[in-house]
Write a protein that binds this ligand. Structure first.
Ligand SMILES: [Zn+2]
Length: 242
């Protein structure tokens, strides 16, 4: 259910695994993604179960319509009846409002400045890394009073650099923007390490309190992996402030 839950000075960071939900194969069990072909009532039930286990009101969890871009939305309440915007980062200065990001191999990035009371959830795949969605989210946080030196950053389960094979030209294109993402698969072919790239971007911005989940989604039977299974569920990362 909740694979990892950490609290730092009133900021909460949680990442789910694939177990403990009600979805049937191939989305078993805790699929939290609403756009992957799973039954809507199963997703709704899973979101309630996950929120409950975190002590959150499911109606106070804000989700995104993720599109592999670099746009950021600032939110201070749930979307309600409004359309969910197509963004890959959401930022809030509202304590108690939880922000959620969906992934299955991409990097879920959770950020919080507990002093300023500003949090962000970011979806960073290879396109987001190249477009700078994480720096864009940090900029939006600083506009709301956060300071990079106070930001706590946690990245969740994602496909690792030894598994994420790409064509040579694609690796070169990513490495031209972010050299730290240059990687090689365990079988010796070109690869991209998105998590390493994200952490390098955060480091350059002055975000020092960083940690990376040790899990590779593609190698883990306890996590959804799009690269491995194609039709599968989505994991979620949640961040909120007391
Ligand atoms: Zn791996």
């Amino acid at each position: 259910m909740i694979g990892q839950h950490e609290s730092v000075s009133g900021a909460h960071f949680a990442f789910t695994d694939r177990w403990g939900g009600v979805s049937a194969a191939p989305y078993e069990e805790l699929n939290l993604g609403g756009a992957v072909g799973d039954a809507p009532e199963a997703v709704r039930g899973n979101r309630e179960l996950a929120a409950e286990s975190l002590g959150l009101d499911p109606a106070r969890v804000v989700w995104m319509n993720q599109v592999h871009g670099a746009d950021v939305a600032v939110v201070d309440e749930p979307w309600g009846d409004r359309p969910v915007p197509e963004v890959d980062a959401i930022v809030t200065a509202r304590r108690g409002l939880a922000l959620a990001v969906l992934t299955a191999d991409c990097v879920p990035v959770l950020l919080a400045d507990p002093v300023a009371g500003v949090a962000a959830a970011v979806h960073a795949g290879r396109p987001g890394l190249v477009q700078g969605v994480v720096p864009a989210a940090v900029r939006a946080m600083t506009e709301l009073g956060a300071e990079p030196a106070r930001i706590v950053a946690r990245t969740g389960p994602a496909v690792c650099g030894r598994c994420y094979e790409v064509p040579e030209a694609m690796r070169a294109e990513v490495a031209a923007v972010e050299p730290a993402a240059h990687a090689e698969t365990s079988w010796g072919t070109p690869a991209v390490d998105v998590s390493a790239g994200v952490h390098a971007q955060l480091d350059r911005l002055g975000v020092c309190d960083r940690a990376q989940a040790p899990v590779c989604t593609l190698e883990s039977d306890d996590h959804f992996s799009y690269r491995r299974d194609r039709t599968t569920g989505r994991l979620a990362g949640y961040v909120w402030l007391d």
